[in-house]
Design a binder for this molecule. Structure first.
Ligand code: NAD
Length: 490
């Protein structure tokens, strides 16, 4: 028997039990830090997803009628269980994704925050009313869940991104089918087990593992009302078009190429610390990672020198080991893709200041921090989302040029500025094309109660994930206009 045959084959979670997929096709799941096969994930079939939707549709009939405070109480229990299992969940994230344990713990915290927000469903679901819209006539706006919701998640945040979706959708009375990334399927098993332990009835939260066949099954099934997608731009665009064509609600949060602007008056050490954490944290596999720095000429030399020194101090290795900051990228193909981008950067004329290829090792899918300068906006390394620890630096004359450079990108997820000048901050806020802004901080990912609000090619749809947008996305409204004739009292 080969080693791959001995590892566990994952099952789908449908109707409160673990069920074997109808597929014969399984994909290996790796620990990217060791290349060890840690599980085998089914590439489930249309039959599997049809069964899950049928179950979720049935479960919706009763779950939608459960009183909102009762649903919220299950979310409170879930929050408690997640908090108790924080360390275990974080270790699973590091095992299957590769990010270091501190970052994994941070991710668990951000996931829990979403559950806390969703536990506010009784308040969030309140409608509004007007007691008098005409003589004896009033209007009341009620919110209702919409039905079965499908969630499609990426590999880079196995806990946080699914938690942007299912806790709120379920708290509001919907039932849910999650298709996690086939590259990071393990963490979600614990999520569903803990949610069940918290008191969630069977059929409300289902997991179907797989790839494009499952996605197409969700997109085409007539009983699926809405789809939350997070992943790359080409897939998000496809999901948005196919789902919308099938007359479903779709929100698709996609790729990024986030710019950071560093002005002459920025605090050098603090800025470098933040840029290093943003560009190379989670191996650059973050939709809010800093990919490009536009730095004003007056501080550029000092900034690049310090950036290079700090990159040299980064400890690379298995994220479970003490002091490791930079773990592996997710798969060998991502490592190879990153190397080809570095080669492209060199051949297109950028200056390689720090070469991450020196840290390629046979043990795992490692690639070191990489820094280019003299990057221009016609270069591939400026245009494409590399999604790896590769940072481009562009020298600019002033803030206006920096903002214009950033605005040329097709993406507009996040942008940051480092300065102590209030007028510059205001100019940046008013003129940058990006939906999530950071001032003197590196990763401006909003907390759960604000929308995750990418623009341009970073988002397809109208209502974003999180915040009040998520309440609108997962509910529909009924407005009752009623006349109550004023009684006469003799
Ligand atoms: P991906 O697009 O490859 O995969 C995302 C999901 O789509 C996975 O579940 C995958 O199985 C599925 N999928 C992949 N190819 C498909 C196809 N051809 N047809 C149907 N489904 C398909 O993305 P990824 O590599 O897992 O994640 C990285 C990407 O996610 C990056 O582009 C990153 O910017 C983006 N991301 C965006 C946000 C955001 O909020 N905007 C957050 C996290 C990640």
């Amino acid at each position: 028997m080969t080693e791959a045959l001995q590892v566990e084959k994952l099952k789908n979670y449908i109707n409160g039990e673990w069920v074997e997929s109808k597929t014969t096709v399984y994909e290996d799941v790796y620990n990217p830090a060791t290349k060890e096969v840690i599980a085998r994930v089914p590439l489930s079939t249309k039959e599997d997803i049809d069964y899950a939707v049928e179950v979720a549709h049935q479960a919706f009939q009763s779950w939608q009628k459960v009183a909102v405070p009762r649903r919220a109480r299950i979310l409170f229990n879930f929050q408690q269980l997640l908090s108790t299992h924080k360390e275990e969940l974080a270790r699973l994230i590091t095992l299957e994704n590769g990010k270091n344990l501190t970052e994994a713990l941070g991710e668990v915290g951000r996931g829990i925050e979403n559950v806390e927000f969703a536990a506010g469903a009784p308040t969030l679901m309140m409608g509004d009313s007007l007691a008098s819209i005409a003589t004896d006539v009033e209007a009341v706006n009620y919110r209702y869940p919409i039905g079965v919701v499908g969630g499609i998640a990426p590999f880079n945040f196995p806990m946080m991104v699914p938690c942007w979706m299912f806790p709120m959708a379920i708290a509001l009375g919907n039932t849910f089918i999650l298709k996690p990334s086939e590259r990071t399927p393990l963490l979600t098993r614990r999520l569903v087990e803990l949610f069940t332990e918290a008191g969630l009835p069977k059929g409300v939260f289902n997991i179907v593992y797989g790839a494009h066949d499952v996605v197409n099954g969700i997109l085409d099934h007539p009983s699926v009302q809405a789809i939350s997608f997070v992943g790359s731009k080409p897939v998000g665009e496809y999901v948005f078009k196919r789902g919308s064509n099938n007359l479903k609600r779709v929100q698709a949060l996609t790729g990024a190429k986030n710019h950071t602007i560093v002005l002459n008056d920025a605090d050098l050490e603090d800025t470098v610390t933040n840029v290093i954490a943003s560009a190379f944290g989670s191996a650059g596999e973050r939709c809010m990672a800093c990919a490009v720095v536009a730095v004003e000429e007056g501080i550029a030399d000092a900034f690049i020198t310090r950036l290079k020194e700090r990159a040299g101090e980064i400890k690379i290795g298995n994220g479970l080991d003490d002091g490791v900051f930079l773990g592996p990228v997710i798969r060998e193909e991502n490592q190879k893709r990153t190397i080809s981008y570095i080669e492209k950067g060199i051949s297109e004329g950028a200056t390689l200041v720090y070469d991450g290829r020196e840290h390629i090792s046979e043990e795992g899918y490692f690639i070191g921090p990489t820094i280019f300068e003299n990057v221009t906006t016609d270069m591939t390394i400026w245009k494409d989302e590399i999604f790896a620890p590769v940072l481009s630096v562009i020298r600019v004359k002033h803030l206006k040029e920096a903002v214009e450079t950033a605005n040329r990108s097709e993406f507009a997820n996040g942008a940051c500025i480092f300065t102590s000048n209030a007028s510059a901050i205001r100019y940046f806020r008013e003129n940058i094309d990006a939906g999530m802004l950071g001032v003197n901080l590196g990763v401006p990912a909003p907390m759960a109660f604000f929308p995750f609000s990418g623009w341009k090619s970073s988002f397809f749809g109208t209502l974003h994930a999180n915040g009040k947008d998520s309440v609108d996305f997962y509910t529909h409204k009924k407005v009752v206009t009623a006349r109550y004739v004023t009684p006469t009292f003799e």
